[in-house]
Design a protein around this ligand. Structure first.
Ligand code: URA
Length: 443
């Protein structure tokens, strides 16, 4: 296949034909197009966007690049959620077992860390022995048996996204509406869902920080889902500060376990409950939001959600005792406290700075083949609007070597702003609900 003319065409702002996209995805997935040519094409898309017909063709080609987990595997209803990516976002690890405990099959296919954001697969793999690369047959068996599997793209399922996702992460081509939409929707539609809930992150830590761009991304993905027979709903949630306290793979997994135990940070629980309500409504398990919320809260208080998590961990090769004792996760050898340098109000905890610092400490990748250090990161218990006193501990830094403490401290100095007045209004935790009917403001 002659790729250079297609790169030229896209570079010059012209649309490629749907058949060209199908051939490109097929050839790249089969290893017949080198990464450098695909990277050039992705950059041309990043700079020039895609026409709707191109996006539909790219999504369908990525969806068809592997097998599907379709009906017959796992009892319907089959509903999943996906986030557009954030910092401290461990919601999937809470939501999947919680919703599965309420009788919905959740075939959750997630991603690795991307850019400054963390990835659910990397967080889960901080659990010693936990495997996210299940075969299609193993994923199907697990869905039938326990109603939930937490998996990644593999050579069998969504292989095109597996390769493109890793390439985008290493070539600064993540922040593109069509590339995000095709990546998310191709793998989600490969799950054979009866409904999908999207968590669209908004604010400085999101890939597309402007609300209008986020709403456009939501509408684009909802159209792709609905046109392919998958009812799709989106909530817009705050990413102008990290979600919860923990940022870093094992730290976030431990925090997700605490949410499932009923003792986690309230913002993580609230986002999980609100997304869970949408999942139960789409599944038809509940007809009213208030009843759906009560069902989910009962899954936490009765212990059925954490028990489901233990089943999943055991089924995927980890130690289920972790559900009782998150201390079994890898621990960083050095933990240092970061204190407030003055009296005042916290006006910002910049998520992008924190996310990049986790990567710099080794918790994310610079190149797609890099290994990551699961134990490093931050626990930042302060939030914008808090009043603090000089010397008050605001965060803990988890590092492997003493030499990394300076990097971690510098990041916190840049990320955490203190002022004498509480000048900044944090974004509402959940601000909009988007459906095929339109956008509803929840403020
Ligand atoms: N999540 C994905 O799966 N893909 C993206 O491109 C961004 C977030």
């Amino acid at each position: 296949m002659h790729v250079v003319p297609l790169i030229e065409q896209k570079r010059n702002g012209e649309a490629l034909a749907p058949d060209d996209w199908s051939s490109l995805v097929r050839a790249y997935t089969a290893g017949h197009i080198p990464d450098y040519q695909m990277a050039a094409l992705l950059m041309a898309v990043y700079l020039n966007g895609m026409a709707p017909g191109e996006l539909a063709a790219l999504t369908d080609a990525m969806l068809r690049s592997g097998a599907s987990l379709h009906a017959g595997d796992g009892r319907p209803p089959r509903v999943d959620k996906h986030s557009t990516g954030g910092v401290g976002d461990k919601v999937s690890i809470v939501l999947a077992p919680m919703v599965a405990a309420c009788g919905v099959t959740v075939p959750m296919m997630s991603g690795r860390g991307l850019g400054h954001t963390g990835g659910t697969l990397d967080k889960l793999e901080s659990i010693p022995g936990f495997r996210t690369d299940l075969t299609l047959a193993a994923a199907r068996r697990q869905l039938d048996r326990i109603g939930c599997a937490l998996i990644g793209q593999t050579a069998e399922i969504a292989p095109a996204d597996q390769k493109l996702y890793a390439l985008r992460d290493a070539t600064a081509t993540v922040e593109s509406t069509p590339l995000i939409a095709a990546s998310i929707m191709s793998k989600k539609l490969a799950e054979g869902l009866t409904g999908l809930v999207l968590d669209i992150k908004r604010g400085s830590g999101a890939f597309l920080p402007d609300l209008e761009d986020e709403l456009e991304l939501a509408r684009t993905m909802i159209n792709l889902g609905e046109e392919r027979g998958c009812p799709t709903v989106a909530l817009v949630t705050a990413m102008d500060r990290p979600l919860g306290y923990a940022c870093g793979n094992a730290l976030e997994t431990a925090e997700a376990v605490r949410v499932l135990q009923g003792t986690g940070p309230p913002d993580v629980l609230e986002v999980a409950l609100r997304l869970g309500v949408e999942m139960l409504l789409l599944a038809g398990v509940e007809q009213e939001a208030s009843r759906a919320r009560a069902t989910l809260e009962h899954a936490i208080s009765s212990g059925s959600a954490i028990a489901k998590f233990a089943d999943i961990v055991e089924a995927q090769g980890g130690n289920p005792a972790l559900a009782e004792d998150p201390g079994l996760l890898p621990q960083a050898p050095l933990v240092e406290t970061y204190e407030a340098s003055s009296d005042g109000y916290v006006t910002e905890v910049a998520p992008r700075v924190i996310g990049k610092a986790v990567v710099a400490l080794g918790g994310g990748r610079h190149r797609k083949e890099d290994d990551i250090d699961a134990a490093v990161g931050f626990v930042i218990e302060t939030k914008p609007g808090d009043r603090v006193h000089r010397g008050q501990p605001l965060a803990s830094m988890f590092v492997r070597e003493a030499s990394q403490t300076a990097t971690a401290r510098a990041a916190l100095n840049t990320a955490i702003h203190l002022a004498s007045d509480p000048t900044v209004e944090p974004l509402p935790l959940i601000s909009h609900r988007v459906t095929k009917q339109g956008v509803e403001s929840l403020d």
